[in-house]
Each structure stands twice: as structure tokens, then as C-alpha cells.
Design a protein around this ligand. Structure first.
Ligand code: N01
Length: 528
């Protein structure tokens, strides 16, 4: 027997969960297919020590339910992974979502036909749906580089993006970590505190800002909750989906004392506050250099070992061109006696051996190897599914030179298929929950429009799509974001096309464009 839905949703993270709720409310028969055993998406898998969000909890949460946002109590400024997972589990309970989610269901393929889509699960089960929405997440396909000899390692190999659910005893072990992006930066201080020794293998130094995480003050929380409607609205009308207020001048327009004082303030406030200092840090290389120098100065102040300082300050790209890291005691950890930093630019990895890791300088003996090596970002989770559009065309082939979408929401040649926070949308460049809510609402409204007008098919027009791709590239080229080998560019996956994937024009502008599309009766789509 084949199961039939109006809408099949892939993924039960923040996006799939809200979409299910929204579509149900609109009267659609929607069902979610989720590979994991429960809700949570990226927050289900990323259970490494220290995992927490770098957007503030009062802002990184659903705004669609007044009751939900009033009743949920966040405990810290930046919520830990377990707390976010508890929140999502609470949301699933509160809105009775699990009854329409099949867990342990990995989608293998999705094939378009005249009546909609056939979705096939890895189990062989087939599902029919008029529409499919890929709510598969931007950072959910973890990536293990092809290290020679990895399979020979006699110790334990762990990936931050696929951390075991049972406790891992790391006490007194000799641990090696490869990778110093956001995941590595969060895990390293906690691993160092447990390990006999911790060796960090760094290829590219990052810029890390102090989180200044703290328990939330109940008075401030009550005040925030009292103003939630207004503050959520402010987030929606911002460039980054946050309450950040950026000073409207250039880092080059003020004298050295004023510049240093603004950066000091941002450093003291923690999180991303330092980006409030000036409005040209992401577009003006000379302004950006002043921030880079300030941050290198902080590293020199904190870290005592000269060799470590040299490796940690050797960034050769603008601040923010690789995603900024938010850490707690990250640089301080290099002052511990049991921590060593290995600069892979000076001594590249040759192989993983049975007993450790060998670089060009020799072998480091290890019991545990932690891979904080990131994700096949933005396109990985979409292309893991064999998506076939009209006339059997393949999304993997169509995107072989980089993703082409219309507004990061839909693709020409793939009618009735939608993506949440897909490439070509702002998604990862801000508070992703705000982006998710906007996409979910746009898609739901679009499906209601189709139903109300007796339409069964919606396909992005090729010329509008190509215009959007050009616009995404044009906007990115006006920023400094393309000036690093980052996962935004697909540069972390060998062989992946190097194009800047998210829309860098800001969330508010993007929302305006999407609203315009709706107001124009979806002129960028062929509806029939
Ligand atoms: O992954 P990454 P991540 N040999 O790709 C190194 C979000 N996130 O999991 O820079 C040696 O950033 C690689 O080196 P290089 C957030 O958006 C959010 O840390 O390619 N090293 C890099 O140092 C974030 O940006 C939160 O030279 C290799 C590291 O591995 C995104 O997820 C927390 C290598 C990978 O860094 C991804 O973060 C965690 C190789 N072959 C994640 N291959 C919060 O909200 C890779 N590396 C706080």
C-alpha cells in the first residue's frame, strides 16, 4: 500500500517541525520523514562536549506562538545543545507533532511526476505527495575528510557532528582534535579539562570571540518577554534576524582611541556584539583589518606560548569571511600544560596510524581522535537525496557547477518542490530560526494560494531563477565574504563547486523581495 500526503516534509528540525504545525493548521495532510529517532535536526546529532548555540536563546526560538514563548524558560544567555533539544521536544509535545512524523526514515530519492512526487525511503517504502519540502538543514551532513589510514586507528574516532548518545569517558585519555571551526572551538576547552593530554591540529586559524555566557537574569527575561511582540518584529526587520544595532559609521572615520573603545566594548559584551562597532566591517577591507588587528592583539595578550601565538594569529582572510567562532576560554586553553597546538600548515598530516596521527614532523600518540571537521554545508543534505525533476533530470547534475535556486525556495525543473533555508537564501548568515520561520510561512502561504485557486502545479521560472543566482553572486561580490576558503563557498569539500551559497544582502531585504513575489501573484513561478 502506498501512503499519500498533500505535503511530504523531509527533516524534523526547527524547520520541519514548524512547517508541519503550520500546514496542519492550514488544513493540509502533511507528514514528516526524519532519519533520526526523534526531533531536533542538527541539535539531535551535535552532542559534543560544549555544544551550544551562538545566537542568544531569547532570540533563537520560535515566535509563532505567544503562549510558547511566554511559558518556556531559557536558563542561559547561550543555550546548550541539551537545553535546545529539550525545548524542541517540548514543542513537539505541545503541538502534538510526533503523530505525523516517521522517525528512523531516511529519504533516498524523490521523483517528480505529473501528479506530484514519489518519495522513496531507504527502507524501500514509497510515499506519494503532491508537494515535497526539503527541511533538511544547512549544516547536517557531517564530513569526514579522507585521512589516509583512518580505518587503521586502534583508538576511538569521534565526529562532533555525529557524537555518540551514550556518555563517552574521556578522562585521562590522550586526545587529538582536528579542526578549529565553531565545533572545535567549543569542544576544545572541555576536552582539555578531561584529557590527560590534548593536541589540537589546526590548519587555518579562526577568529574567536568570547561568548560571555551567563545564567539569564529573571528580571531581564521578564522584561524581554513583556516586549516580545515588538522585539520579534525588530528581529524580523533586521539584517541578521537579531536585535543587533550597528553604529552607522566606518571604522576608518574615527580616531584610534574611539575605534579601540568600541572594539573593547564589543569584546567585553561578548557574542557577536563587536560587529555592532561599525557598519562597514563586512564590506571594507581596510576597516575589517582594524578589527582583525584588534583580535590578534587579544590573542597575543591571552596566549603565553610564542609558537602558539604565531599559529593562532596567522589568519590570512578578513574577519567574518569564515564564520566567526564564539567560545568560552578558547584561547586561554592554550595556556594549559596538557594542551599543545600543532600547526598543520607547517607540518601537514601524512596519515592516521594505529596509534595516533603522523605529520611531516613525526607521530603524535593518541587514544581518541576527535574530528571537528565540519559539514558538507547547505547542499550536502539536499543532494544526499537522489532528486529527479521533470523528464528525469537530476538535481545532482543540475547543481554540478553550484546550486541554482529561485529565492533559495524552489528550483526550475522541480515543480512542487521547495527548500527551507536553501542555498540562495540568507539562512546561515544570521539567526537561522528567524529565516526558517519566514520560509515556512512563505511556503505555507504559497500552498494555500495554489489550493484556493484550484492550482496543482508550481514551478520556478528559469529566467527568474537565473536572475536570482546572478543577484546572489553580485551581492556576495560586494562583500568580503568571498575572500576565504570557507564552507559558505563550498571550499571545505574537495571537488565541490566554489560559489558563495547564501544570499548576503541581509535578511530584511530578502524578506522584502519574497513579500514582493507574493504580492505580484508569484510572477516568478509558472502556476497551473
Ligand atoms: O566546521 P567548520 P564546524 N585537514 O567547517 C578543519 C555551525 N556551528 O563544525 O579551515 C585538517 O567551520 C577546518 O580547517 P580549514 C556554524 O555555522 C554552530 O566547526 O578548512 N583540517 C576547520 O578548522 C559553523 O560555522 C555552532 O583549513 C581540516 C574545521 O576542520 C558551522 O556549523 C557550533 C580538514 C572545520 O570547521 C560549521 O562548524 C558548531 C582536513 N582535511 C557549529 N578538513 C554554534 O552555534 C577540515 N578541517 C556555536
Amino acid at each position: 500500500m502506498t501512503t499519500k500526503h498533500d505535503v511530504a516534509i523531509v527533516g524534523a528540525g526547527f524547520a520541519g517541525m514548524y512547517l508541519l504545525h503550520r500546514l496542519r493548521e492550514a488544513g493540509f495532510a502533511a507528514h514528516v520523514y526524519e532519519a533520526a529517532d526523534d526531533v531536533g535536526g542538527t541539535w539531535f546529532w551535535n552532542r559534543y562536549p560544549g555544544a551550544r548555540c551562538d545566537s542568544e536563546s531569547m532570540q533563537y526560538s520560535y515566535s509563532f506562538s505567544r503562549e510558547l514563548e511566554q511559558e518556556w524558560e531559557w536558563s542561559e544567555r547561550f543555550a546548550t545543545q541539551p537545553e535546545i533539544l529539550r525545548y524542541l521536544s517540548h514543542v513537539a509535545e505541545r503541538f502534538d507533532l510526533r503523530r505525523d512524523i516517521t522517525f528512523g526514515a531516511t529519504v533516498a530519492s524523490a521523483t517528480s511526476h505529473a501528479g506530484g512526487w514519489t518519495v522513496e525511503l531507504e527502507s524501500g517504502e514509497r510515499v506519494e505527495a503532491q508537494h515535497v519540502v526539503l527541511a533538511t538543514g544547512c549544516l547536517s551532513t557531517s564530513r569526514t575528510p579522507d585521512f589516509p589510514g583512518l580505518e587503521n586507528f586502534a583508538g576511538t574516532v569521534l565526529h562532533t557532528g555525529d557524537w555518540p548518545h551514550e556518555p563517552v569517558d574521556l578522562a585521562g585519555r590522550r586526545i587529538g582534535v582536528i579542526g578549529t571551526g565553531s565545533s572545535g572551538v567549543q569542544a576544545i576547552p572541555l576536552l582539555a579539562a578531561q584529557a590527560e593530554s590534548l593536541t589540537v591540529f589546526q590548519r587555518t586559524p579562526n577568529f574567536t570571540l568570547p561568548a560571555r555566557n551567563a545564567p539569564l537574569d529573571p528580571v531581564a527575561v521578564a522584561e524581554h518577554k513583556g516586549r516580545y511582540p515588538q522585539l520579534r518584529d525588530q528581529q524580523r526587520r533586521s539584517a541578521t534576524g537579531t536585535l543587533r544595532t550597528v553604529r552607522p559609521d566606518s571604522a576608518l572615520d574615527v580616531d584610534d582611541d574611539e575605534r579601540a573603545s568600541r572594539y573593547e566594548r564589543g569584546w567585553r559584551l561578548g557574542g557577536n556584539a563587536i560587529f555592532e562597532s561599525f557598519d562597514d566591517l563586512s564590506v571594507n577591507a581596510a576597516s575589517n583589518d582594524t578589527l582583525a588587528e584588534f583580535l590578534r592583539g587579544k590573542i597575543r595578550e591571552i596566549v603565553r606560548d610564542e609558537q602558539a601565538v604565531t599559529a593562532l594569529t596567522a589568519q590570512d582572510y578578513p574577519v567574518g569571511a569564515k564564520r566567526i567562532c564564539i567560545g568560552t576560554d578558547y584561547y586561554e586553553t592554550y595556556n594549559r600544560d596538557n594542551v599543545a597546538l600543532v600547526d598543520l600548515r607547517a607540518e601537514p598530516i601524512e596519515a592516521v596510524t594505529a596509534t595516533g596521527l603522523r605529520t611531516s614532523e613525526g607521530e603524535y600518540e593518541l587514544d581518541v581522535l576527535v574530528l571537528a571537521t565540519g559539514f558538507d554545508a547547505m547542499t550536502g543534505s539536499i543532494l544526499r537525496i537522489d532528486v529527479r525533476g521533470t523528464d528525469g533530470r537530476s538535481l545532482r547534475e543540475d547543481w554540478s557547477a553550484g546550486p541554482h535556486t529561485y529565492l533559495g525556495l524552489a528550483m526550475h525543473g522541480y515543480p512542487n518542490l521547495f527548500t527551507v533555508t536553501g542555498p540562495g537564501s540568507p539562512s546561515v548568515l544570521g539567526n537561522v530560526v528567524v529565516s526558517i520561520e519566514q520560509h515556512v510561512e512563505w511556503i505555507s502561504e504559497h500552498l494555500v494560494h495554489l489550493r484556493d485557486h484550484g492550482l496543482t502545479r508550481s514551478e520556478a521560472r528559469l529566467d527568474d531563477q537565473e536572475r536570482w543566482v546572478a543577484q546572489v553572486n553580485e551581492v556576495a561580490s560586494q562583500t568580503l565574504m568571498t575572500k576565504a576558503a570557507s564552507w559558505y563557498m563550498g571550499a571545505n569539500v574537495p571537488g565541490k563547486p566554489q560559489v558563495f551559497m547564501p544570499y548576503a544582502g541581509g535578511f530584511a531585504e530578502y524578506r522584502r523581495i519574497c513579500d514582493e513575489e507574493t504580492a505580484a501573484g508569484y510572477s516568478g513561478f509558472r502556476l497551473s
